[in-house]
Design a protein around this ligand. Structure first.
Ligand code: ASP
Ligand code: MG
Length: 320
């Protein structure tokens, strides 16, 4: 089986959601666990909403309205008025609104976890309905039921043992003994405590979610679909001649992520390295292209320098 991760940019509007379906159609008869982030910049908007709500500033209402409109416009483009997605999405928004009508607790991080995670619930609701509408049968899983963390609500520390046993009992049977293709769909970034209080894995944590599922399900590979052709050796904003790296080692990828290359979440690589699961970064615009792969054995003999801007100075790395 494979694990695919679609980030915010890959589901930022109706055209992007349609493209997710096109990508999945390229992998017929395969078992794929699909991890999806919140649409576009929804998480930023939800952070703003949390701040206003916590300050008891009624401005949250307008922010919520904007988030609701953004999602409604996407579903209007994708579905008929009669589609059940309308009602299901309304239910999610109503649940969030009811929560916001109550007084906030003093614990900001707790409120943050409860509110900001709705972005992924909205996006996976929409994507799941759209897959089914296109006759790609998928099952929606609530990541909070399996990815368990401690009570650091804004960046929970994963409880590996508990998460492993829950993934094995809740998700694994769905894929087991299946010879035809099957799609499981779930949210990146979101998790919960043993007491089912919602937590997050930290901003941009969906990559990490994908790595966790790959690790616990023994996936053969992870593909992160992005709006870039792969891993580049420098940020093309500063270096127009940036080149794509075809393959790099786990070690080098960890180093790059650690020094702030924003392409992958730093916690993502380690679990994959431990089980030797390759991580591919591919373009959702050109899905036929190879992309870049992060794996254990690198054939290439050429050493390509990588450049990163950090505190206004350039750090360069030489990668085998
Ligand atoms: N939606 C979350 C964020 O924007 C998680 C992610 O995209 O990886 O930080
Ligand atoms: Mg994101």
């Amino acid at each position: 089986m494979k694990v695919f991760k679609f980030g915010g940019a890959s589901v930022k509007n109706a055209v992007a959601v349609k493209n997710v379906v096109e990508i999945l159609k390229r992998y017929p008869n395969q078992q794929i666990m699909v991890v999806v982030s919140a649409m576009g910049k929804t998480t930023n908007a939800l952070e703003e909403l949390t701040r206003l709500y916590h300050e008891r500033n009624k401005g949250w209402k307008e922010v919520l309205e904007n988030i609701r409109r953004f999602h409604s416009e996407i579903i209007d483009e994708l579905f008929q008025d009669t589609s059940p997605v309308n009602q299901e999405l309304d239910t999610w928004f109503d649940t969030l609104e009811q929560l916001l009508e109550k007084r906030p607790s003093k614990n900001y991080d707790y409120e943050y976890g409860r509110i900001v995670t709705f972005g992924e619930l909205f996006s996976t609701c929409i994507v799941n309905h759209y897959l089914n509408e296109n006759h790609i049968s998928s099952r929606w899983f609530d990541a909070r039921k399996v990815i368990k963390t401690n009570a650091s609500y804004r960046e929970g520390k994963v409880d590996w043992k508990l998460t492993e046993s829950l993934v094995k009992t809740e998700i694994f049977p769905y894929f087991q003994n299946e010879t035809n293709g099957k799609i499981g769909l779930t949210q990146g970034f979101i998790s919960s405590t043993v007491h089912n209080r919602t937590t997050t894995l930290g901003r941009e944590g969906s990559d990490y979610t994908a790595a966790l599922f790959a690790y616990f399900l023994d996936a053969e590979e992870v593909i992160i679909w992005k709006d870039v052709p792969g891993l580049l050796n420098a940020d093309p904003k500063y270096f127009p001649e940036a080149r794509k790296l075809d393959s790099i080692s786990y070690r080098d990828a960890i180093e790059l992520a650690y020094y702030g290359a924003s392409i992958i979440h730093p916690k993502t690589i380690k679990p994959l390295q431990n089980k030797k699961i390759p991580l591919r970064i591919k373009s959702f615009i050109a899905p036929g292209d190879e992309g870049s792969v992060i794996c254990g054995n690198i054939q290439s003999e050429t050493r390509i320098p990588c450049y990163l801007f950090k505190n206004k100075s350039v750090i360069d790395f030489y990668f085998a």
